[in-house]
Design a protein around this ligand. Structure first.
Ligand code: CTP
Length: 408
């Protein structure tokens, strides 16, 4: 499975108040299996003691150029890692790096760098807005060393409350989860997903009966959100068309909100011509009320009959309108013989892959956090054990990657 386990990351920490959040960055990367070497400036060590990072990463921390036994480490650590992150990056670090100064371990390492750099500025909003800081960032963004992939990515700063009593403005370091997501993308992006456009649909749709009542289903959207996240991590440009739900949108992904199956159909139709991959993980309502009352329907003495009419088959409707060579993935949520029915869907809707599952199995189903699926394609059937929807998404995206590579 694609992940960052075993990848080598240097985390530079400079002396801004946001450096307490760098502890979470170090921890999350280490939890994901990365080998994290923390390099602290002298000012950072005034905020947090190196031993904190040592405990979080299980590796020695560098806090000075003058530590015995580390004479050439600034060159080695700049050259060797898969990624360098500086979080937080203070105005002072940005100025020194932009000038090519090598007056401590971290700036020396940045000058000797051959790895990609992810820089996360954090400072007072006026310091950030200052033309000198802006010029320094511009210079750094355009600096590339050796291979083109070793450029500088500046992430943030975010807008929000600054240090206590400093009001709000652009200057806050972005949150650790976002830094880790971007770090993963920098580590994992590459063929066949880099530069590809992936369109994912997720969640239920809702068909209105009246201003307060809807016809809908139990879909949580988790599966589609996880696929969108996994494809973005591998370097794709991802658009997620999402039905109603409360999930946090994945970082870096363009999210288009829809309500009804008709809205979903229109949004898919608009984005489809450019999509290299379509993953239809949404559970669109198959029927809608024939009429929608403009006012709230009152409870009556007797029963209530609803007349429903079919909605559009969104996935079926994409046949003949897809980009040449696009990889098309459908889902088949069944209650009995999911693989057999998935095979039928594969042919009927001209799909490359169908993710089939049985809604009645324990641990599976639209609102469960886990799923037991079979991946059905022309190549055959791959039955996966019960696993989290995040892991299912990785398998689905792996499979899509194989199909994309075959199409060149
Ligand atoms: N789908 C769609 N438009 C619909 C209903 C479903 O595009 N109105 C898509 C789903 O996103 C999924 C696939 O079709 O990728 C299969 O959905 P499913 O509900 O299992 O199958 P249906 O084709 O609707 O057929 P049935 O419900 O009869 O099995």
């Amino acid at each position: 499975m694609t992940g960052i386990a075993g990848r080598h990351v240097v985390l530079g920490v400079t002396g801004g108040i946001a450096c307490y959040k760098a502890c979470t960055v170090a921890r999350r990367l280490t939890e994901a299996g990365a080998l994290v070497d923390v390099v602290m400036t002298a000012s950072a060590a005034e905020f947090i003691r190196p031993v904190t990072f040592e405990a979080l990463t299980g590796r020695p921390v560098v806090a000075s150029l003058w530590e015995p036994g580390r004479a050439l480490d600034h060159v080695r650590l700049g050259r060797d890692p898969d990624l360098i992150i500086v979080a937080p990056a203070t105005a002072r670090l940005i100025a020194r790096a932009a000038q090519g100064l090598a007056d401590d371990f971290l700036t020396s390492l940045l000058l000797a760098r051959r790895s990609p750099l992810l820089l996360c500025p954090a400072m007072n909003d006026q310091m950030y807005a200052h033309p000198e800081t802006q010029a320094n960032l511009k210079k750094l963004k355009s600096s590339r060393v050796e291979e083109s992939k070793s450029g500088v990515t500046v992430l943030g700063p975010a807008t929000g409350p600054l240090a206590h009593g400093e009001g709000e403005g652009p200057g806050r370091m972005v949150e650790p989860e976002e830094i880790v997501a971007h770090a993963e993308r920098l580590l994992l992006a590459g063929p066949p997903f880099a530069g590809k456009r992936v369109l994912v649909t997720a969640g239920p749709t809702r068909e209105a009966l009246d201003p307060v009542r809807v016809v809908t289903n139990r879909s949580s959207g988790r599966m589609g959100y996880a696929v969108a996240r996994a494809a973005w991590r591998r370097g794709a440009e991802v658009t997620l068309i999402s039905g109603p739900g409360s999930l946090e949108p994945p970082f870096g992904v363009e999210v288009i909100r829809v309500e009804s199956t008709g809205d979903l159909n229109a949004a898919v139709g608009k984005a489809l011509p450019k999509a290299d991959v379509l993953v239809m993980a949404a559970a669109p309502a198959d029927y809608r009320p024939e009429t929608t009352s403009a006012t709230k329907m009152k409870r009556g003495a007797g029963g209530l009959r609803l007349d429903l009419e079919p909605t559009a088959d969104v996935l079926g409707g994409t046949v003949g309108k897809r980009k040449r060579g696009a990889v098309i993935v459908g889902f088949a949520l069944e209650s009995g013989d999911p693989v057999g029915l998935a095979r039928e869907k594969l042919a009927a809707k001209e799909l490359d892959l169908v993710v089939a599952n049985d809604a009645t199995e324990p641990g599976s189903g639209p609102d469960a956090p886990t799923n037991r699926v079979a991946l059905v394609s022309k190549d055959g059937v791959e039955r996966l054990p019960l696993m989290s929807k995040d892991d299912v998404a990785e398998h689905v995206v792996d499979h899509v990657g194989v199909l994309l590579s075959r199409r060149g």
